[in-house]
Design a protein. Structure first.
Length: 60
């Protein structure tokens, strides 16, 4: 992201890059605690679901 910002990308281009390459997850305090209780030494593709956190797909 730093590279495209330094290259002069517009806000729209930065947002598009983030949407194409990253997922943003906002957690409240309770959700963060639940997630932190899970084993963090292994990578799980459904780590949020395993912690009981439901993912909602929003629209940009």
């Amino acid at each position: 992201i730093i590279d495209i910002v330094e290259e002069g990308a517009t806000d729209e281009e930065i947002i598009a890059f983030i949407e194409q390459n990253y997922r943003l997850v906002l957690l409240n305090t309770e959700e963060t605690s639940m997630l932190n209780l899970k084993n963090r030494s292994r990578i799980s593709p459904d780590r949020l679901g395993e912690a009981g956190i439901v993912m909602y797909q929003g629209s940009a």
